[in-house]
Design a protein around this ligand. Structure first.
Ligand code: ADP
Ligand code: C5P
Ligand code: MG
Length: 214
C-alpha cells in the first residue's frame, strides 16, 4: 500500500524527465547519418557534441574558440565543462524532451562531468553503438573530407590522433556501459539503409514510433 502511494507520488516526476540516448562509435562510423534518420522517423532532437563545439568555435566572441580549434585538430577531447554546458543549453533551448546525444561521453572526464551535472535531470535510455572497423572509418572520413566537409580534422594526420583517442578513451566508456547492459550494438559496416533497418527495430522496440510518448 505504502509502496503504491510512494510510486504514485514519484511517477509523474520520473515521466517528465527528458530522455537521452548516447550515440557512440568511431569517427566516421555513421553516427550523424543515422541520427538524421532517427530524427525524421522517431522525433528525437539530434545534438552532436562535435557540431556544437564547431559552432562555438565559429562564434567571433567565443572565449573557447582557440582552445576548441586546437583540441579538434589534435583529435583530443575538449574539457567537459565546455561541452556539457553547450549540450545542456541546447537541450533547454529546444524545448523538447527526447535527445540523441551524438559523440558524447567520449572519455572519463566527459562521463564524470555529465554524471555530476545533467545526468540527474534526465533519463538515460541506452547507448547506441555504431561498431565499425577503423579501416572503414578511415575511408569514410577521407571521403567526407574529399567531398568538401570543410573539417580541419578529416585528414590523415588528425585522423590518426582521433583513432588513438577513440581506442584509448572512448572504447573504455562503451565497455563501462556494457557492464550495465545499456549498450545496443549495431554493425555499421553495411550500407546506410541496412544499418537503419537495425536502428529502427531498436527504436520500434521502445514503442516510440512517430515520436510519440513511450
Ligand atoms: P560520424 O558522425 O560517425 O563521424 P558520418 O555520419 O558523418 O559519421 O559519416 C561519415 C561519412 O561516411 C559521411 O561522408 C557519410 O556520408 C558516410 N557514411 C555514413 N554511413 C555510411 C554507410 N553506412 N556506408 C557508407 N558510407 C557511410
Ligand atoms: O563527433 P565529431 O567527429 O564531430 O567530433 C569532432 C571532434 O570534436 C573530436 O575529435 C574532438 O576533438 C571534439 N569533441 C570533443 N568532445 C566530444 C565530442 C567531440 O572534444 N564529446
Ligand atoms: Mg558526426
Amino acid at each position: 500500500m505504502l509502496i503504491k502511494s510512494v510510486f504514485k507520488a514519484i511517477a509523474p516526476a520520473v515521466k517528465m524527465q527528458p530522455k537521452v540516448v548516447f550515440v557512440l562509435g568511431g569517427p566516421g562510423a555513421g553516427k550523424g547519418t543515422q541520427c538524421q534518420r532517427i530524427v525524421e522517423t522517431f522525433g528525437y532532437v539530434h545534438l552532436s557534441a562535435g557540431d556544437l563545439l564547431r559552432e562555438e568555435r565559429s562564434q567571433p566572441n567565443s572565449q573557447f574558440g582557440e582552445l576548441i580549434d586546437n583540441y579538434i585538430k589534435e583529435g583530443k577531447i575538449v574539457p567537459v565543462e565546455i561541452t556539457c554546458s553547450l549540450l545542456d543549453n541546447a537541450m533547454k533551448a529546444s524545448g523538447k524532451d527526447k535527445f540523441l546525444i551524438d559523440g558524447f561521453p567520449r572519455n572519463q572526464n566527459n562521463l564524470e562531468g555529465w554524471n555530476s551535472t545533467v545526468a540527474k535531470r534526465v533519463q538515460l535510455q541506452f547507448i547506441l553503438f555504431f561498431d565499425c572497423p577503423l579501416e572503414i572509418c578511415l575511408e569514410r572520413c577521407l571521403q567526407r573530407g574529399a567531398g568538401g566537409s570543410g573539417r580541419s580534422d578529416d585528414n590523415p594526420d588528425s585522423l590518426k590522433k582521433r583513432f588513438n583517442t577513440y581506442l584509448n578513451e572512448t572504447r573504455p566508456i562503451i565497455e563501462y556501459y556494457e557492464k550495465s547492459d545499456l549498450v545496443k550494438r549495431i554493425d555499421a559496416t553495411r550500407p546506410v539503409e541496412e544499418v537503419f533497418e537495425d536502428v529502427k527495430s531498436i527504436f520500434q522496440g521502445l514503442n516510440c514510433i512517430g515520436g510519440g510518448d513511450q
